[in-house]
Design a protein around this ligand. Structure first.
Ligand SMILES: Nc1ncnc2c1ncn2[C@@H]1O[C@H](COP(=O)(O)OP(=O)(O)OP(=O)(O)O)[C@@H](O)[C@H]1O
Ligand SMILES: [Mg+2]
Length: 252
């Protein structure tokens, strides 16, 4: 299968005043077209930094990232991104939040119809005219997902999108995300701290080391969907990833 995303020996450092901070060091990984990839790693290791490099919002200090053979560039490619601190515009209705995503991506055509189609897809039919303060946390995540999907992106990048949800809503949204992904056949890169979530969702789980981060191990989750959290292979994948992460966290 073709590799959609190719991260080749990427390093990223920041300079703040006289201080230089090495965040990513010699990271290489590949994500194939149409795959669901999860990234886990210790807090502060550089996951969000990597996500910004993947969508061309920032550039590596050395090494290269290729997306279908070219460097990521938001002016040339469409990305569906849900940032870690993603929030909706409070003064815009649900449908206008989704349309806003289309407008900034210069989408043409019937934006109302497109926005509505994606709101229906994420289960928000009937809530188009609500404002963010009138909907629940889980529904806000659905709007953010609709906004990301509506631009018909090459890849969907999600940075801990379900982190602040209760367990029940989180579990529902995980299942819905898988169902949407299988319908749309997009490549997804999903960052999470939750190992259980990574094994439930991902076909490949990339475990990153502590900062300066590189790939610790890539684990292919060879389990069909829907996955049972109680099955012995599920538990053993979870253990394997937890152990790899634990080694990084205990040496912080
Ligand atoms: N623009 C920047 N300038 C300077 N340092 C930065 C910048 N962006 C990120 N960093 C630093 O890079 C490191 C990694 O940050 P990043 O947000 O990528 O971590 P993370 O793995 O996403 O963490 P978390 O799991 O807590 O979300 C941090 O030490 C952060 O301070
Ligand atoms: Mg982060």
């Amino acid at each position: 299968m073709a590799s959609l995303i190719s991260v080749e020996s990427v390093s990223k450092s920041f300079v703040a005043g006289k201080e230089r901070i090495d965040v990513i060091e010699n990271l290489s990984m590949e994500v194939d077209d149409g795959k669901f990839a999860c990234i886990v790693g210790p807090s502060g290791c550089g996951k969000t930094t990597l996500l910004k490099l993947l969508c061309g919002l920032d550039q590596p200090t050395s090494g290269k990232i290729l997306l279908k053979g070219i460097q990521p560039d938001p002016r040339k490619q469409k990305f569906g991104v849900i940032f870690q601190e993603d929030s909706l515009l409070p003064w815009k209705s649900v449908i206008d939040n989704v349309k806003f995503g289309l407008e900034i991506n210069h989408k043409k055509g019937d934006l109302d119809a497109t926005a509505k189609r994606y709101l229906d897809l994420v289960g928000l039919e009937g809530f188009e005219q609500y404002f963010p303060h009138q909907i629940s946390g889980g529904m806000k995540k659905r709007v953010a997902l609709a906004r990301a999907l509506a631009v018909d992106p090459e890849i969907i990048l999600m940075d801990e999108p379900f982190a602040d949800l209760d367990a029940q809503t989180r579990s529902i949204l995980q299942k819905e995300l898988l169902s949407i992904w299988s319908k749309l056949q997009k490549t997804v890169v999903f960052i999470t701290h939750n190992v259980d979530e990574a094994v439930f969702l991902g076909q490949d789980v990339f475990v990153l080391t502590k900062r300066p981060t590189k790939l610790k191990v890539a684990i292919r989750i060879d389990l069909p969907y829907p996955r049972s959290r109680l099955s012995p292979p599920f538990i053993s994948y979870r253990e394997k990833i937890l152990n790899a992460l634990q080694e990084e966290i205990s040496s912080l």
